[in-house]
Ligand binder design. Structure first.
Ligand code: MIC
Ligand code: SF4
Length: 641
């Protein structure tokens, strides 16, 4: 049968199941990546599984999120991660080397490989024809140990790109157009595969921007063919020997097709506070802006920063705008320095930040009260910038640069001719900040600072679950709502009891206290619950505070998997009116577990209102067994597979 590219790679890595949409499969993971904010949990879990050495082609541990060291915790986490990497056979990318997705693209990703990463933007690697999937730390720990990764077989959506982008229109605008059309729920359960004649004109850097932002659609993965552009990129990185051509079979079948005419696209912008709230940038013309941030894992490449530098060259950033630039990697930083971009940026008044995620995860550059911030990042969820009432817009580096010049949102087409950008003849290759694992790890001591706390114990599921509705929320609740980032909370990523105090803090500051006082209970939510990041702390903290089940209209993929791994029941409403009938504080009860799950439908009694309703779930037998055991760690330690 003629196969699309996504299914070709899945088929080649399949160790269990059949490629039938929705049915559970398990695939072999060739590579893994972790970053410092999710990595400590992943390595604690790896240790708890009793594994001594990774069993992948290679695994990398990146330091990029927690680079602010306002106290000792982040530095201690880095020391733990460095010693753990040496001990368990993992490559260690030092702080300052760059954002995981940018560095992985430059130095390590390869066409045809599978990559599992404890970060939702792992699908960025699809730009090289590699199948990247974001997951919780525990799933990555298991993959590091050589276990397959389980997932529901995705559907494949072909995005057919037609023609060429016009001047000032970029890959970011393709990503924003996808979000405009499909919404933040539009990619759930799907791999987006890119094809059509327009693909040939997109460089790997541009492809990476698009693949990266497919995470904002909730997609399982995103993939581009491996072609001449891929070869050219790998050649510039000195890695052409890893190239192989990859394409779908002629006449390959797709579950859905969507077409974008690149010629008609224009510069777009996502308005507060969702990446799918997209309009043409020209519609917001003259909207005053106090802050512009360029960087983040979707738009911090050499090409992106050189474009911003070329726009700003010989000009001055508007006096009321704070413009910051975060290079995506040390390679990018060194290259813009060597090719004059850094000097142009500095002369224009831009502030250069560290090579890291930085303001994207609220680590600095919190915008001023009431003012608009325009960012080249991928997420503008409410409060993510660190200001509870933030107004964050997302746009291309070109829109950012034009906006920084005029102090108001500006369509860059107003600037006239786009300055000519030159591709380098080669990228500057220096892997000295990626420390390879040592051969003989016996004498290596893994060092844990005082903030690194053991994983909390998990109780098996009891047959009766009872408690109040602790929180009732609407649609599109993000993991930033469930557990925020920022400099106060990120240092607690290795300490579940401490970080749990911040659960739902933005929506309901009393949540942690109330939940503990009630002995736990239920969360009731609308559609797409848990969208956004892969941080399993969102489910681990919920579990720690006694959350037993989340009843939602629907779930985001990674958070659903993380809830199961943490031993929390993810249930869905059979009938939407049942959602409306519930009130915060209602006492709910479920009996006959786990058999009720095996039967497919769960009866929930509302003891306060004297009613009952049916809930459904999307759990397979294996996942039910995991929940019955009190989560994945217990399940695997007891021999489950
Ligand atoms: C994000 O962009 O939200 C993060 C921070 O990179 C997260 C990971 C984390 O919370 O540590 C992600 O995307 O998975
Ligand atoms: Fe880092 Fe932001 Fe990318 Fe997440 S989205 S990996 S915080 S740059």
């Amino acid at each position: 049968m003629a196969r699309n590219l996504a299914y070709k790679i899945l088929a080649e890595h399949l160790v269990f199941g059949r490629l039938v949409p929705g049915q559970e499969i398990a695939i072999r993971m060739d590579q893994t990546l972790t970053q410092d904010a999710t990595g400590t949990m992943a390595y604690l879990q790896f240790e708890a599984l009793g594994l001594s050495r990774v069993r992948t082609e290679f695994s990398v541990s990146y330091m990029d999120h927690n680079l602010l060291q306002t106290s000792f915790e982040n530095a201690d986490d880095h020391r733990y991660l460095q010693t753990a990497a040496a001990k368990y056979g993992v490559y260690f990318s030092r702080p300052g080397n760059g954002i995981c997705h940018q560095v992985h693209l430059e130095r390590l990703g390869l066409p045809g490989k599978t990559l599992l990463g404890s970060d939702s933007h792992t699908l960025t690697i699809g730009a090289l024809g590699s199948l990247g999937i974001g997951a919780g730390g525990l799933d990555v720990a298991l993959a590091m140990g050589g276990n397959p990764f389980y997932l529901p077989t995705p559907r494949v959506l072909l995005v057919r790109l037609r023609g060429r982008l016009g001047p000032w229109v970029t890959a970011k605008d393709i990503a924003l157009e996808l979000l405009r059309r499909l919404s933040v729920k539009g990619g759930v359960g799907k791999v987006l595969e890119f094809g059509g004649d327009g693909v040939a004109h997109l460089t790997v850097s541009g492809r990476a921007t698009i693949a990266n932002m497919c995470a904002e659609l909730g997609a399982t993965s995103a993939i581009f063919p491996s072609d001449e552009q891929t070869l050219a990129y790998l050649r510039l990185q000195g890695r052409q020997e890893g190239w192989c051509p990859l394409a779908p079979d002629p006449e390959a079948a797709y579950h859905e097709v969507l077409e974008i005419d690149l010629e008609t696209l224009e510069p777009l912008i996502a308005q507060p506070s969702s990446p799918d709230n997209v309009v043409p940038a020209r519609e917001l013309r003259k909207l005053p802006v106090a802050q512009v941030c360029v960087g983040g894992c979707c738009n911090s490449s050499y090409r992106d920063l050189m474009s911003v530098a070329a726009i700003l060259e010989g000009k001055r950033v508007h006096k009321d705008v704070s413009l910051t630039i975060s290079p995506g990697s040390r390679q990018v930083y060194q290259m813009i320095a060597r090719h004059g971009g850094l000097a142009a940026l500095l002369s224009s008044g831009a502030r250069i930040l560290e090579t890291a995620c930085g303001p994207c995860i609220g680590m600095g550059q919190v915008p001023p009260t009431g003012e608009a911030s325009v960012r080249s990042f991928n997420r503008n969820f409410p409060g993510r910038s660190g200001h509870p009432q933030d107004r964050v817009y997302l746009a291309s580096p070109e829109v950012c640069a034009a906006t920084a010049l005029f102090g108001q949102i500006t369509d860059p087409r107003e600037l006239g001719h786009h300055p000519k950008l030159h591709e380098p003849e080669a990228y500057l290759v220096d892997d000295s900040m990626i420390i390879p694992p040592v051969e003989n790890a016996e004498g290596i001591e893994v060092i844990k600072g005082p903030n690194i706390k053991p994983l909390p114990d998990q109780e098996p599921l009891s047959c009766r679950v009872q408690g109040p509705v602790l929180l009732l929320v609407g649609d599109d609740i993000t993991t930033d709502h469930i557990l925020p980032g920022g400099p106060k909370v990120l240092p607690l990523r290795s300490n579940i009891p401490a970080i749990s105090q911040f659960a739902f803090a933005q929506l309901d500051p009393g949540f942690a206290e109330r939940s503990r006082a009630a002995g736990g209970g239920f969360i009731v939510a609308g559609a797409n619950y848990g969208q956004g990041s892969s941080r399993e702390h969102a489910s681990l903290a919920s579990h720690y505070l006694g959350v037993k089940a989340v009843i939602a209209k629907s779930f985001a993929r990674i958070h659903h998997a993380n809830l199961v791994n943490s031993g929390i029941l993810p249930l869905t409403f059979g009938d939407e009116t049942d959602y409306q009938a519930l009130g915060q504080g209602d006492q709910l009860q479920i009996e006959g577990l786990p058999q009720a799950l095996m039967d497919g439908s769960v009866t929930i009694k509302n003891l306060t209102k004297g009613t009952t309703f049916q809930a459904k779930h999307a759990l397979g037998e294996r996942q039910i067994a995991i929940i019955a055991n009190g989560g994945s760690l217990n399940y695997f330690r007891q021999g489950g597979r």
